[in-house]
Design a protein around this ligand. Structure first.
Ligand code: F6P
Length: 336
């Protein structure tokens, strides 16, 4: 039977996430297992514009499943958002004989993928693109989970556990800002997992008095002498929140912005396994002659969602988790 694709390009784009390497490995190995050639496109979509690539074979991806970052480098490409940039990219596809691309990244990566597949169709070029969601923000609508989220949560938790030791000794308040861009998933998971006094997330209308001040007061009443406030970067700056706490409660919080440390480090078991499954599935989809879609995970199962549809999907706020957070951190119940 004639194979539907002959040569696949693989790239990582947007903010890096632990597990991207594991996804690249899975794509290369799954393709090689089927006798399909694989080219690594470097520095995201820019690599396709600038013909920046490396041939990949099984051994190229040895010993990277455990590594953070991405061996293919990553970038956000403004040029690729323009038709002229994508025309250059299509020329690289012609040059390399690519008929399938696996793009590992977030929403911006998939928008680029959709635009490329449309421009390719207009040019009568058969190139199918499959997206794999990888971002520590877990903000991709079509997938309950994105590669990197678990590792980033674990990193943030480890840092906050350490902070707690010193906050406890000094009986202080700590305000920790975590990443997440416009989403509060990371802050919510981390907040639950570290037993935060309060968590601020962008999905909820801010109410400083209820969200922070009341909670610190209640914790104080319950006998707690240190307070851990987790702020999603999309909900405000830790410095501003800290200033407000000082003005309102007369305490002097310490501010920590975790920043890019959350994007580094070895991927967790969940991220390695998810990346391996998604990479394998992306190649399967291309081999079937399908594509122009995003691989997602819904209720633990892999799904393959048409790219345009996938980009329209939004992720609803996890109110159930927020309620759990509220119930567990509201440690001043009827006993008081
Ligand atoms: O999307 C991943 C992410 O780490 C966000 O959480 C954050 O807002 C952003 O990227 C930071 O981007 P940069 O690496 O360009 O500073």
């Amino acid at each position: 039977m004639e194979k539907k694709v002959k040569r696949i390009g693989v790239l990582t784009s947007g903010g890096d996430a632990p597990g991207m390497n594991a996804a690249v490995r899975a794509v290369v190995r799954a393709a090689s297992n089927q006798g399909i050639g694989c080219i690594g496109i470097r520095r995201g979509w820019n690599g396709l514009i600038n013909s920046d690539f490396i041939p990949m074979k099984s051994s190229t991806v040895s010993h990277i499943i455990n590594k953070g970052g991405t061996l293919l480098y990553t970038a956000r490409s403004a040029e690729f958002m323009e038709p002229a940039g994508r025309e250059k990219a299509l020329n690289t596809c012609r040059l390399l004989g690519l008929d399938g691309i696996v793009a590992i990244g977030g929403d911006g990566t998939f928008k680029g993928a959709l635009a490329l597949s449309r421009q390719a169709a207009e040019a009568n070029l058969s190139i199918r693109v499959v997206g794999i969601p990888a971002t520590i923000d877990n903000d991709i609508g079509c997938s309950h989970y994105t590669i990197g989220f678990d590792s980033a949560c674990n990193t943030a938790i480890e840092c906050i556990d350490k902070l707690r030791d010193t906050m406890q000794s000094h009986e202080r308040c700590s305000v920790v800002e975590v990443m997440g861009r416009h989403a509060g998933h990371l802050a919510l998971y981390v907040g639950i997992s570290v037993g935060a006094t309060a968590v601020l997330i962008p999905e909820r209308e801010p109410n400083f008095e209820h969200d922070i001040v009341d909670k610190i007061r209640r914790a104080r009443l319950a006998g707690t002498t240190h307070y851990m406030i987790v702020v999603a970067e999309g909900a405000g700056s830790a410095t501003d929140i800290s200033r407000q706490i000082h003005e309102e409660l007369g305490i002097d919080p310490r501010v920590t912005v975790l920043g890019h440390i959350q994007r580094g480090g070895a991927p967790s078991a969940r991220d390695r396994e998810t990346a391996s499954r998604m990479g394998f599935e992306a190649v399967r989809v291309l081999l079937e002659g399908e594509g122009n879609s995003v691989i997602g995970i819904q209720d633990g199962h892999l799904v393959d969602i048409e790219m345009e549809e996938a980009l329209k999907m939004t992720k609803s706020f996890q109110m159930d988790r927020y309620k759990i957070l509220e119930a567990l951190t509201n440690n001043c119940g009827p006993d008081f």
